[in-house]
Design a protein. Sequence first.
Length: 133
Amino acid sequence: MHIGDLMQVDIVSVRPDATIKETVSALATAHVSGLPVVDKEGRMVGVISSSDIIAAEAAMDNEKGRTALFTQTSVRDVMGPRPYTIGPSAEVREAARHMHYAGVHRLFVTTEDRLLGVISTSDIVRAVANGAV
């Protein structure tokens, strides 16, 4: 089975200039722990996760800094610039191997830096449980 057959295509993304507060809201609304960061041309330029935000907040040594993090800091200042990606024609086993060795729970599906979808460990487990893989 190919990634393109299994990937989720209804994806929430954020722009690099979004605030951390907007991003936390998007994460909560989408019920996910990470979002792709996409520029105005639709190219994927990074990924931001709840772990990135927690680490940035932990680095703040006072309440004023924590408040500024959420209201004045943009995603580009906190995001990881190298998201793990895979092509839609890759096999599901390949995606599972990439996730395992990289220690990540999701891969973004791209073609020439254009975001097409996302596949997560949950998607793969669901497919195995249903006998699709």
